[in-house]
Ligand binder design. Structure first.
Ligand code: CA
Length: 228
């Protein structure tokens, strides 16, 4: 399984990496909430192990936003013993289950196996999008049109994923800021326009006449003709 570990305590984080790598999992570890959210949105994981007390953005907020961006992603919280409020807040934010720290190795591995069995029965999100002769490989961050291949940034992948998932309607700039950047207010919506202009250079046949990420006047952007 591809697992994202989010834990700011270095020793615990490294211990988890060793343990799960030894159990043949493909492990990525990050130490703060902001990076966790960016990584969780940009890449596809089978499971997130999420500590709740984190620098930069707390685990509850990370969980809430990850859940919005990736409804099917299994999230297992790591909670401190006796913190009932934390647990409830985690569930309210969309976590699937929790493990209380400190936990035993066997308990954790058993919990992860149970998750793997549940996760394998859920439909996967598409990683390969095709429209107007462009193939967008979201897992590998690549867009190809004919012989030409471009690298897609994490934000660009996030935009494509979000627009595609909501392809029956237009998506506003502020929604993209909230869901893809994970922010609201502190960034200008102009940032969205600039990022989309760059993305169009990579995926559109003619960036001045886009057919994939289409502008919907007064509403924002849409996947293909979904917004019209
Ligand atoms: Ca912590």
């Amino acid at each position: 399984m591809k697992i994202l570990i989010v834990e700011d305590e270095r020793r615990l984080r490294e211990g988890l990496v060793d343990l799960l790598s030894a159990a043949d999992h493909d492990v990525t570890a990050v130490a703060d909430g902001r990076t966790a959210l960016d990584t969780g949105i940009a890449e596809t994981f089978d499971l997130v192990l999420l500590d709740l007390m984190l620098p930069q953005m707390d685990g509850i907020e990370v969980c809430r936003r990850l859940r919005q961006a990736r409804p099917a992603l299994p999230i297992l919280m790591l909670t401190a013993r006796g913190s009932e409020d934390e647990k409830l807040a985690g569930f309210a934010a969309g976590a699937d289950d929790y493990v209380t720290k400190p936990f035993g190795v066997r308990e954790l591995l058993a919990r992860i196996d149970a998750f793997a069995r549940r996760a394998s029965s859920r439909p996967a999100e598409p990683e390969l999008l095709e429209l107007d002769d462009c193939t967008m490989d979201l897992g590998r961050h690549r867009a190809s049109r004919g012989e030409e291949t471009s690298h897609l940034t994490a934000r660009e992948v996030g935009i494509l994923r979000w627009l595609h998932r909501h392809q029956t309607r237009a998506v506003s700039r502020s929604e993209l800021l909230e869901r893809v950047w994970g922010t609201s207010g502190d960034l200008q919506t102009r940032t969205v326009d600039m990022t989309i202009a760059k993305l169009r250079q990579k995926i559109e046949r003619d960036p001045t006449d886009p057919k994939i990420v289409v502008t919907v006047t007064g509403a924002g952007y849409a996947w293909g003709d979904g917004g019209s």
